[in-house]
Design a protein around this ligand. Structure first.
Ligand code: NAD
Length: 329
Protein backbone atom coordinates (compact mmCIF):
# COMPACT_ATOMS: atom_id res chain seq x y z
CA UNK A 1 0.00 0.00 0.00
CA UNK A 2 1.15 3.54 -0.59
CA UNK A 3 2.05 5.80 2.29
CA UNK A 4 -0.80 8.24 1.73
CA UNK A 5 -3.62 5.71 1.95
CA UNK A 6 -5.70 6.12 5.09
CA UNK A 7 -5.05 3.65 7.90
CA UNK A 8 -7.44 3.43 10.87
CA UNK A 9 -6.13 2.03 14.13
CA UNK A 10 -8.81 1.03 16.66
CA UNK A 11 -7.54 0.87 20.23
CA UNK A 12 -4.79 3.39 19.42
CA UNK A 13 -4.76 4.69 22.98
CA UNK A 14 -3.75 1.25 24.24
CA UNK A 15 -0.44 -0.58 24.40
CA UNK A 16 -0.16 -2.31 21.01
CA UNK A 17 -2.29 0.26 19.13
CA UNK A 18 -0.09 3.11 20.37
CA UNK A 19 3.09 1.27 19.40
CA UNK A 20 1.63 0.51 15.97
CA UNK A 21 0.74 4.15 15.27
CA UNK A 22 4.26 5.18 16.32
CA UNK A 23 5.76 2.64 13.93
CA UNK A 24 3.47 3.58 11.03
CA UNK A 25 4.57 7.20 11.48
CA UNK A 26 8.23 6.12 11.54
CA UNK A 27 7.62 4.28 8.25
CA UNK A 28 6.34 7.48 6.66
CA UNK A 29 2.59 6.88 6.56
CA UNK A 30 0.95 10.26 6.29
CA UNK A 31 -2.73 9.51 6.89
CA UNK A 32 -3.51 7.73 10.12
CA UNK A 33 -6.75 7.80 12.07
CA UNK A 34 -6.20 6.81 15.69
CA UNK A 35 -9.28 5.88 17.72
CA UNK A 36 -9.87 4.87 21.31
CA UNK A 37 -12.72 5.08 23.80
CA UNK A 38 -10.44 6.49 26.50
CA UNK A 39 -10.06 10.22 27.07
CA UNK A 40 -6.93 11.51 25.29
CA UNK A 41 -5.22 12.14 28.61
CA UNK A 42 -5.19 8.37 29.24
CA UNK A 43 -3.72 7.28 25.89
CA UNK A 44 -0.34 5.59 26.29
CA UNK A 45 0.93 7.30 23.15
CA UNK A 46 -0.71 10.13 21.21
CA UNK A 47 0.68 11.91 18.16
CA UNK A 48 -0.44 15.35 17.05
CA UNK A 49 0.24 14.62 13.38
CA UNK A 50 -2.48 11.96 13.14
CA UNK A 51 -6.27 12.28 13.30
CA UNK A 52 -7.08 11.38 16.91
CA UNK A 53 -10.68 10.51 17.79
CA UNK A 54 -12.23 9.51 21.07
CA UNK A 55 -14.99 7.12 20.01
CA UNK A 56 -16.72 4.03 21.37
CA UNK A 57 -16.18 1.46 18.62
CA UNK A 58 -18.83 -0.88 19.98
CA UNK A 59 -21.27 1.58 18.41
CA UNK A 60 -21.99 0.97 14.69
CA UNK A 61 -22.35 4.67 13.84
CA UNK A 62 -18.90 5.33 15.29
CA UNK A 63 -17.49 2.44 13.27
CA UNK A 64 -18.79 4.12 10.12
CA UNK A 65 -16.78 7.21 11.11
CA UNK A 66 -13.75 4.96 11.70
CA UNK A 67 -14.04 3.22 8.33
CA UNK A 68 -14.89 6.20 6.12
CA UNK A 69 -12.24 6.56 3.41
CA UNK A 70 -9.94 4.01 5.03
CA UNK A 71 -7.85 1.59 2.97
CA UNK A 72 -6.88 -0.46 6.04
CA UNK A 73 -8.29 -1.01 9.51
CA UNK A 74 -6.27 -2.49 12.36
CA UNK A 75 -8.66 -3.58 15.11
CA UNK A 76 -6.70 -3.55 18.36
CA UNK A 77 -9.59 -2.31 20.47
CA UNK A 78 -10.89 -4.65 23.17
CA UNK A 79 -11.79 -4.70 26.82
CA UNK A 80 -8.91 -6.80 28.01
CA UNK A 81 -6.25 -7.39 30.61
CA UNK A 82 -4.21 -10.06 32.33
CA UNK A 83 -5.67 -13.12 34.05
CA UNK A 84 -6.78 -11.05 37.05
CA UNK A 85 -9.03 -9.08 34.71
CA UNK A 86 -10.30 -11.65 32.25
CA UNK A 87 -11.19 -14.29 34.86
CA UNK A 88 -13.34 -11.75 36.71
CA UNK A 89 -14.87 -9.84 33.76
CA UNK A 90 -16.11 -12.46 31.33
CA UNK A 91 -19.20 -10.54 30.21
CA UNK A 92 -17.19 -7.36 29.57
CA UNK A 93 -14.64 -9.34 27.58
CA UNK A 94 -17.38 -10.92 25.47
CA UNK A 95 -18.90 -7.52 24.73
CA UNK A 96 -15.81 -6.71 22.66
CA UNK A 97 -17.60 -8.79 20.03
CA UNK A 98 -19.58 -5.63 19.27
CA UNK A 99 -16.39 -3.77 18.34
CA UNK A 100 -15.18 -6.30 15.79
CA UNK A 101 -18.63 -7.05 14.42
CA UNK A 102 -19.48 -3.39 13.86
CA UNK A 103 -16.03 -2.62 12.49
CA UNK A 104 -16.40 -5.47 9.99
CA UNK A 105 -19.85 -4.22 8.94
CA UNK A 106 -18.61 -0.65 8.55
CA UNK A 107 -15.50 -1.82 6.68
CA UNK A 108 -17.69 -3.68 4.21
CA UNK A 109 -19.94 -0.66 3.63
CA UNK A 110 -16.97 1.68 3.20
CA UNK A 111 -15.08 -0.62 0.82
CA UNK A 112 -12.10 -1.06 3.15
CA UNK A 113 -9.53 -3.33 1.48
CA UNK A 114 -7.57 -4.77 4.40
CA UNK A 115 -8.64 -5.54 7.95
CA UNK A 116 -6.54 -6.83 10.82
CA UNK A 117 -7.97 -8.52 13.90
CA UNK A 118 -5.96 -9.09 17.08
CA UNK A 119 -6.86 -12.53 18.36
CA UNK A 120 -5.11 -14.35 21.17
CA UNK A 121 -3.55 -17.57 22.39
CA UNK A 122 -6.62 -17.67 24.66
CA UNK A 123 -8.52 -19.27 21.74
CA UNK A 124 -6.63 -22.53 22.20
CA UNK A 125 -8.29 -25.64 23.59
CA UNK A 126 -7.88 -25.70 27.37
CA UNK A 127 -7.35 -29.48 27.39
CA UNK A 128 -4.06 -28.92 25.51
CA UNK A 129 -2.74 -26.59 28.23
CA UNK A 130 -3.24 -28.64 31.38
CA UNK A 131 0.37 -29.45 32.24
CA UNK A 132 3.34 -27.14 32.78
CA UNK A 133 5.64 -28.74 30.24
CA UNK A 134 3.32 -28.79 27.24
CA UNK A 135 4.13 -28.97 23.55
CA UNK A 136 3.82 -25.49 22.07
CA UNK A 137 0.42 -24.64 20.63
CA UNK A 138 -0.01 -24.87 16.90
CA UNK A 139 -2.77 -23.18 14.93
CA UNK A 140 -4.85 -26.37 14.54
CA UNK A 141 -5.05 -26.67 18.37
CA UNK A 142 -7.90 -24.12 18.43
CA UNK A 143 -10.36 -26.85 17.40
CA UNK A 144 -12.30 -28.67 18.74
CA UNK A 145 -13.20 -25.43 20.49
CA UNK A 146 -12.61 -25.12 24.22
CA UNK A 147 -11.14 -21.64 24.55
CA UNK A 148 -10.64 -19.50 27.66
CA UNK A 149 -14.11 -18.78 29.04
CA UNK A 150 -15.39 -15.30 28.12
CA UNK A 151 -12.38 -13.59 26.53
CA UNK A 152 -11.28 -16.61 24.47
CA UNK A 153 -14.77 -17.35 23.13
CA UNK A 154 -15.09 -13.77 21.96
CA UNK A 155 -11.75 -14.03 20.18
CA UNK A 156 -12.64 -17.31 18.49
CA UNK A 157 -16.03 -16.01 17.36
CA UNK A 158 -14.51 -12.79 16.02
CA UNK A 159 -11.83 -14.74 14.14
CA UNK A 160 -14.68 -16.59 12.47
CA UNK A 161 -16.47 -13.34 11.70
CA UNK A 162 -13.34 -12.10 9.93
CA UNK A 163 -13.09 -15.30 7.95
CA UNK A 164 -16.66 -15.04 6.68
CA UNK A 165 -16.39 -11.34 5.84
CA UNK A 166 -13.39 -12.30 3.73
CA UNK A 167 -15.11 -15.24 2.06
CA UNK A 168 -18.49 -13.58 1.52
CA UNK A 169 -17.57 -9.91 0.97
CA UNK A 170 -13.99 -10.00 -0.27
CA UNK A 171 -12.39 -7.91 2.50
CA UNK A 172 -8.79 -9.05 2.99
CA UNK A 173 -9.11 -9.90 6.69
CA UNK A 174 -5.99 -11.08 8.55
CA UNK A 175 -5.98 -12.62 12.03
CA UNK A 176 -3.03 -12.89 14.41
CA UNK A 177 -3.09 -14.98 17.57
CA UNK A 178 -0.85 -12.94 19.84
CA UNK A 179 0.89 -14.66 22.72
CA UNK A 180 1.47 -12.39 25.77
CA UNK A 181 2.87 -9.09 24.55
CA UNK A 182 5.01 -6.97 26.86
CA UNK A 183 7.21 -3.88 26.76
CA UNK A 184 7.40 -0.26 27.81
CA UNK A 185 4.39 2.07 27.38
CA UNK A 186 1.98 -0.71 28.31
CA UNK A 187 -0.35 -1.40 31.22
CA UNK A 188 1.71 -2.05 34.35
CA UNK A 189 -0.64 -1.24 37.20
CA UNK A 190 -4.33 -1.01 38.06
CA UNK A 191 -5.55 -4.60 37.61
CA UNK A 192 -5.35 -5.12 33.84
CA UNK A 193 -1.58 -5.65 33.65
CA UNK A 194 -0.14 -8.96 32.51
CA UNK A 195 2.53 -11.08 34.18
CA UNK A 196 5.77 -9.44 32.88
CA UNK A 197 4.61 -5.93 33.81
CA UNK A 198 3.18 -7.10 37.15
CA UNK A 199 6.41 -8.90 38.06
CA UNK A 200 8.56 -5.92 36.99
CA UNK A 201 6.39 -3.61 39.11
CA UNK A 202 6.55 -5.87 42.17
CA UNK A 203 10.31 -6.29 41.88
CA UNK A 204 10.87 -2.57 41.30
CA UNK A 205 8.68 -1.70 44.29
CA UNK A 206 10.64 -4.18 46.43
CA UNK A 207 13.90 -2.63 45.25
CA UNK A 208 12.75 0.91 45.98
CA UNK A 209 10.97 0.24 49.28
CA UNK A 210 13.42 -2.29 50.74
CA UNK A 211 10.52 -4.67 51.51
CA UNK A 212 11.78 -7.84 49.86
CA UNK A 213 8.58 -9.95 50.11
CA UNK A 214 6.63 -10.45 46.90
CA UNK A 215 3.45 -12.30 46.05
CA UNK A 216 3.39 -14.67 43.08
CA UNK A 217 0.07 -15.82 41.65
CA UNK A 218 -0.19 -19.64 41.62
CA UNK A 219 2.74 -21.96 42.22
CA UNK A 220 5.01 -20.06 39.83
CA UNK A 221 5.40 -23.27 37.79
CA UNK A 222 2.92 -22.10 35.12
CA UNK A 223 4.72 -21.74 31.78
CA UNK A 224 4.25 -19.05 29.15
CA UNK A 225 6.06 -17.32 26.32
CA UNK A 226 6.28 -13.53 26.11
CA UNK A 227 6.66 -11.46 22.96
CA UNK A 228 8.38 -8.09 22.96
CA UNK A 229 6.31 -5.23 21.57
CA UNK A 230 8.57 -4.45 18.59
CA UNK A 231 8.25 -8.04 17.35
CA UNK A 232 4.48 -7.79 17.74
CA UNK A 233 4.24 -4.57 15.73
CA UNK A 234 6.52 -5.93 13.00
CA UNK A 235 4.64 -9.23 12.72
CA UNK A 236 1.29 -7.46 12.67
CA UNK A 237 2.16 -5.32 9.64
CA UNK A 238 3.87 -8.22 7.90
CA UNK A 239 0.71 -10.31 8.21
CA UNK A 240 -1.64 -7.49 7.24
CA UNK A 241 0.30 -6.83 4.04
CA UNK A 242 0.57 -10.51 3.10
CA UNK A 243 -1.67 -12.89 1.22
CA UNK A 244 -1.86 -15.35 4.12
CA UNK A 245 -5.51 -15.70 5.13
CA UNK A 246 -5.67 -18.14 8.06
CA UNK A 247 -5.25 -17.22 11.76
CA UNK A 248 -1.59 -17.49 12.69
CA UNK A 249 0.46 -17.41 15.90
CA UNK A 250 2.47 -14.27 16.49
CA UNK A 251 4.33 -15.11 19.66
CA UNK A 252 7.67 -16.04 21.08
CA UNK A 253 8.72 -19.69 21.27
CA UNK A 254 10.91 -19.00 24.34
CA UNK A 255 8.92 -20.76 27.05
CA UNK A 256 9.64 -19.91 30.70
CA UNK A 257 7.93 -20.56 34.01
CA UNK A 258 6.67 -17.63 36.06
CA UNK A 259 9.41 -18.45 38.58
CA UNK A 260 12.01 -18.11 35.82
CA UNK A 261 10.45 -14.79 34.85
CA UNK A 262 10.86 -13.63 38.46
CA UNK A 263 14.48 -14.91 38.47
CA UNK A 264 15.18 -12.70 35.44
CA UNK A 265 13.55 -9.63 36.96
CA UNK A 266 15.49 -10.17 40.20
CA UNK A 267 18.70 -10.49 38.25
CA UNK A 268 18.00 -7.27 36.34
CA UNK A 269 17.16 -5.44 39.57
CA UNK A 270 20.11 -6.98 41.42
CA UNK A 271 18.07 -8.29 44.38
CA UNK A 272 16.79 -11.58 45.81
CA UNK A 273 13.21 -11.70 47.05
CA UNK A 274 11.15 -13.82 49.44
CA UNK A 275 8.39 -15.29 47.34
CA UNK A 276 4.94 -15.90 48.79
CA UNK A 277 2.75 -18.05 46.54
CA UNK A 278 -0.94 -17.15 46.43
CA UNK A 279 -2.55 -20.37 45.24
CA UNK A 280 -6.02 -18.84 45.21
CA UNK A 281 -5.12 -16.02 42.79
CA UNK A 282 -6.08 -16.16 39.08
CA UNK A 283 -3.36 -18.02 37.22
CA UNK A 284 -4.84 -19.17 33.90
CA UNK A 285 -3.82 -22.40 32.19
CA UNK A 286 -0.80 -24.37 33.41
CA UNK A 287 1.23 -24.33 30.21
CA UNK A 288 1.21 -22.26 27.01
CA UNK A 289 3.68 -21.21 24.37
CA UNK A 290 3.75 -20.53 20.66
CA UNK A 291 4.56 -23.16 18.04
CA UNK A 292 6.14 -21.09 15.29
CA UNK A 293 6.43 -23.75 12.60
CA UNK A 294 3.76 -22.09 10.44
CA UNK A 295 4.97 -18.49 10.69
CA UNK A 296 8.54 -19.56 9.92
CA UNK A 297 7.34 -21.59 6.97
CA UNK A 298 5.15 -18.81 5.54
CA UNK A 299 7.20 -15.71 6.38
CA UNK A 300 10.65 -17.07 7.15
CA UNK A 301 10.44 -15.00 10.35
CA UNK A 302 9.45 -15.37 14.00
CA UNK A 303 9.52 -13.06 17.04
CA UNK A 304 13.08 -13.34 18.27
CA UNK A 305 13.74 -10.72 20.96
CA UNK A 306 15.20 -12.61 23.92
CA UNK A 307 13.01 -12.32 27.02
CA UNK A 308 15.97 -11.18 29.13
CA UNK A 309 16.63 -8.29 26.71
CA UNK A 310 13.03 -7.12 26.44
CA UNK A 311 12.45 -7.51 30.16
CA UNK A 312 15.43 -5.32 30.98
CA UNK A 313 13.98 -2.44 28.95
CA UNK A 314 10.52 -3.02 30.42
CA UNK A 315 11.80 -3.20 33.99
CA UNK A 316 13.71 0.06 33.60
CA UNK A 317 10.68 1.81 32.17
CA UNK A 318 8.38 0.61 34.98
CA UNK A 319 11.02 1.46 37.60
CA UNK A 320 11.12 5.00 36.19
CA UNK A 321 7.32 5.25 36.24
CA UNK A 322 7.35 4.39 39.93
CA UNK A 323 10.20 6.78 40.65
CA UNK A 324 8.34 9.56 38.86
CA UNK A 325 5.51 9.08 41.30
CA UNK A 326 3.06 7.25 39.08
CA UNK A 327 2.67 4.66 41.88
CA UNK A 328 2.80 5.57 45.54
CA UNK A 329 4.71 3.21 47.80
P1 NAD B 1 -4.90 -2.40 25.71
O1 NAD B 1 -5.94 -2.60 26.77
O2 NAD B 1 -3.67 -1.66 26.09
O3 NAD B 1 -5.54 -1.67 24.45
C1 NAD B 1 -6.86 -1.88 24.03
C2 NAD B 1 -7.47 -0.52 23.82
O4 NAD B 1 -8.80 -0.70 23.33
C3 NAD B 1 -7.58 0.29 25.11
O5 NAD B 1 -6.88 1.51 25.00
C4 NAD B 1 -9.06 0.51 25.28
O6 NAD B 1 -9.41 1.77 25.81
C5 NAD B 1 -9.55 0.36 23.84
N1 NAD B 1 -10.98 0.06 23.79
C6 NAD B 1 -11.67 -0.80 24.58
N2 NAD B 1 -12.96 -0.77 24.27
C7 NAD B 1 -13.10 0.14 23.26
C8 NAD B 1 -14.20 0.61 22.51
N3 NAD B 1 -15.44 0.18 22.77
N4 NAD B 1 -13.99 1.54 21.58
C9 NAD B 1 -12.72 2.01 21.33
N5 NAD B 1 -11.64 1.59 22.01
C10 NAD B 1 -11.82 0.65 22.96
O7 NAD B 1 -4.56 -3.84 25.13
P2 NAD B 1 -3.40 -4.29 24.13
O8 NAD B 1 -2.47 -5.10 24.91
O9 NAD B 1 -2.93 -3.13 23.37
O10 NAD B 1 -4.22 -5.28 23.19
C11 NAD B 1 -4.62 -4.93 21.87
C12 NAD B 1 -5.36 -6.10 21.25
O11 NAD B 1 -4.50 -7.25 21.23
C13 NAD B 1 -6.61 -6.52 21.99
O12 NAD B 1 -7.58 -6.98 21.08
C14 NAD B 1 -6.14 -7.70 22.81
O13 NAD B 1 -7.18 -8.57 23.16
C15 NAD B 1 -5.15 -8.33 21.86
N6 NAD B 1 -4.16 -9.18 22.54
C16 NAD B 1 -3.25 -8.61 23.38
C17 NAD B 1 -2.34 -9.42 24.03
C18 NAD B 1 -1.31 -8.84 24.98
O14 NAD B 1 -0.54 -9.61 25.55
N7 NAD B 1 -1.24 -7.52 25.17
C19 NAD B 1 -2.36 -10.81 23.84
C20 NAD B 1 -3.31 -11.34 22.99
C21 NAD B 1 -4.20 -10.52 22.33
Amino acid sequence: MSQDQLITVGGAGGFIGGALVADLLRKGHTRIRAIDIKPFSEWYQKFDEVENLQLDLSDLANCHVAAKGAHTIYNLAADMGGMGFIENNKALCMLSVLINTHLCMAAKDAGVERFFYASSACVYNGDKQKVYDIPALKESDAYPALPEDGYGWEKLFSERMCRHFREDYGIATRVARYHNVYGPLGTWDGGREKAPAAICRKVALAKISGNHDIEIWGTGDQTRSFMYITDCVFGTQMLLNSDFVEPINIGSAEMVSINQLVDMAEDIAGIKLNRRYNLGAPKGVNGRSSDNTLIKQVFNWEPSTRLRDGLEITYKWIYDQIQQGAKSL
